[in-house]
Design a protein around this ligand. Structure first.
Ligand code: AGP
Length: 609
């Protein structure tokens, strides 16, 4: 998704902007640009494609100046091109703007501005903004009132960095619906859509709230409300390191993040387990609150929605509370039945996914209490939800979610166990047993990661497949959904996840000699049934890759390849069974020549509908 960087200070701006943009590359983008201000003139340089194309272009002469803004664009309105890349400038060249988000009323504004004589050169929605600010500057005395006036006319979402040639001592940052921070340092101040962009320079940041506008000077920052009134705000100190946001010796972020999973599990679990009981007080969830929950609604997108499928199974099985599961983009438009007694849980790694935010707001409007499970402190979801349970996975840079998924599962398991215990549905012995087992899981994840050769070998054997089918029953089906998404999003092999019993109702027609079926087999209750489904595809010539416990006695020749995981309580198996399949997906992608950190057409954080 798009990234924004801005700088004003004693240094030359463009190198700072490029370094910040390179730290945002992981968000996914298709063009990049910078603008800098010097001698009362804004110069802009933009290039389609990777940041390296822009760097190459700048060798022929870069914009000069110690105030500037930069952007990586992920196309929404208009194809990826030099012209559509940001920053965009107003008709007179006085104002330049970098924008994340979507302006919904841009066609109407374009028409109005067109009538007032403004000519448009791009296909973007963004271009209306600099024109509009220039128009408002005619009526207002000063940049801030002009920006306030212009923003009041915009509908939709924006994170904005604005440069005005006639206000050279200041940049403007504005946020509505798209995250933005302002970094503060002794060597100038920064604007960014994401904290990693400024981490090499500062850990002190302002997290802008909805509607806020920041005037960013070289030596100070003023924050104002949407109406232009001064707002006092506290600085937030970032506690994680630049290193944590960089690859640290691994060939890809995804691989690093897969290997960080034991730590992520420990970091998420340890603070929540005290003297043999689960403590969710940080989320202000008391035993009394949990006792009163009569229905749970789980909502998320993509991988996070797969975590919710596991959460649904765990909550229903242990706490016997009905759970409704939905993907956020459907939930928000289907007029869901919600009541104030429901607990709505939204799950999001980034905390900025547009559909999940909308689902959360809808649930709150209808009187539900919303609990967010998220990885990003200060994200929109973290700030707007009634309660927050953080997944302490650390920054997840790879577009394919791995460690965030595992920690989401863990948070949902903790909730399910505590909910069941508070409702008197889990005995003290079982409660203790579940906790003891959860505490072994980081080590068990480490055991899987200590021997990854079988996953690489499986990828070597199967990476040339055109289609791969994942099957499982119960919780294995939920894990299969995630395994299938992981594979397709980074290796571009078509894959589907099926409830194993459903295969023969249609999809089995696709199985032919040589097809690959990946079977997850960790659920004792349905192991025999799954075996029959495996036999059905074997009989039609399918090859079989099986994920199961180390001590499962697999019938001779049932599988061509087996990926083993340490035994755990079947309920927790998704926490382990996904790990070999993440690695399988990773190696398939690499062997097929693709960069798993930057899958085509995808973005880390989907901040548009
Ligand atoms: C999965 O690997 C993707 N990154 C994607 O499905 C992701 O989980 C989804 O877009 C939701 O993102 P969120 O957790 O940041 O809300």
């Amino acid at each position: 998704m798009c990234g924004i960087v801005g700088y004003i200070g004693p240094k030359e701006a463009v190198p700072v902007l490029l370094s910040g943009l390179s730290r945002l590359e992981y968000r996914g983008y298709d063009s990049a640009g910078v603008a800098a201000l010097s001698g009362g003139r804004i110069q802009v340089a933009k290039a389609r494609g990777k940041l390296s194309n822009l760097v190459e272009k700048l060798k022929g002469g870069a914009p000069k100046g110690s105030a500037g803004i930069g952007h990586t664009r992920w196309a929404t309105h208009g194809e990826p091109s030099d012209i559509n890349a940001h920053p965009h400038t107003g008709a007179s060249g006085r104002v330049a703007v970098a924008h994340n988000g979507i302006i919904e009323n841009y066609l109407q504004l374009k028409e109005e501005l067109g009538k007032a004589g403004y000519a448009f050169i791009s296909q973007t929605d963004t271009e209306v903004i600099p024109h509009l600010i220039e128009e408002c500057l005619k009526a207002e005395a000063g940049l801030l009132p002009a920006v306030v006036r212009a923003l009041s006319k915009l509908r939709g979402s924006y994170g904005l960095a604005i440069l005005d040639a006639q206000t050279p001592n200041c940049l403007v940052a504005a946020r509505r619906g798209s995250p933005l921070i302002v970094g503060v340092s002794a060597e100038g101040n920064y604007i960014a859509s994401d904290i990693p962009a400024v981490l090499p320079y500062t850990r002190e940041v302002y997290l802008l709230d909805e509607g806020e506008i920041a005037l960013v000077f070289e030596d100070r920052v003023e924050i104002h409300s949407a109406e232009g009134k001064r707002v006092e705000k506290e600085l937030y100190t970032v506690t994680w390191s630049v290193d944590a946001a960089e690859r640290g010796g691994y060939s890809h972020f995804m691989l690093k993040e897969i290997f960080e999973q034991p730590k992520a599990l420990r970091d998420t679990l340890v603070p929540r387990v005290r003297r043999g009981s689960i403590d969710l007080s940080e989320a202000a969830l008391s035993d009394e609150d949990l006792k009163g929950v009569s229905r749970v609604v789980l909502v998320a997108c993509g991988t996070a929605s797969h975590a919710c499928l596991v959460g649904k199974a765990a909550i229903e099985k242990l706490a016997r509370v009905p759970v409704e599961w939905d993907i956020a983009s459907e939930f928000r438009y289907r007029d869901p039945i919600l009541s104030p007694d429901d607990l709505c849980i939204v799950v999001s790694q980034s905390g900025e996914t547009a559909d999940t935010i909308a689902a959360m707001r809808l649930a709150r409007e209808r009187g539900c209490k919303v609990l967010a499970v998220t990885n990003v402190v200060g994200s929109t979801i973290a700030r707007e939800a009634d309660r927050v349970l953080y997944t302490w996975a650390g920054p997840e840079i790879g577009v394919a979610s791995t460690k965030a998924y595992l920690t989401q599962l863990l948070c949902l398991y903790l909730l399910a166990i505590q909910l069941a215990f508070d409702k008197g549905l889990v005995s003290e012995e079982d409660y203790a047993l579940y906790l003891r087992e959860l505490e072994t899981l980081p080590d068990k994840a480490e055991t899987i990661l200590s021997s990854t050769e079988p996953m690489r070998r499986a990828a070597e054997l199967f990476h040339a497949q055109k289609d791969i089918f994942f099957i499982g029953r119960g919780l294995d089906y939920a894990a299969a959904m995630e395994a299938s998404l992981k594979l397709k999003e980074i290796s571009y092999i078509h894959s589907e996840a099926m409830a194993a019993g459903e295969l023969k109702h249609g999809t089995i027609a696709l199985i032919e000699p040589g097809s690959l079926v990946v079977a997850l087999s960790t659920q004792g209750l349905v192991a025999d049934k799954l075996e029959s489904n495996i036999q059905e595809v074997r009989a039609r010539g399918a090859q079989l890759l099986c994920v199961t416990y180390g001590d499962t006695d697999l019938r001779e020749k049932l599988a061509d390849q087996v990926l083993r995981i340490p035994r755990t309580v079947d309920l927790f198996a998704p926490l382990l069974s996904i790990i070999p399949l993440q690695l399988f997906a990773y190696h398939c992608a690499v062997l097929r020549g693709y960069d798993p950190d930057k899958p085509r057409n995808l973005a880390k954080s989907v901040t548009v509908e």
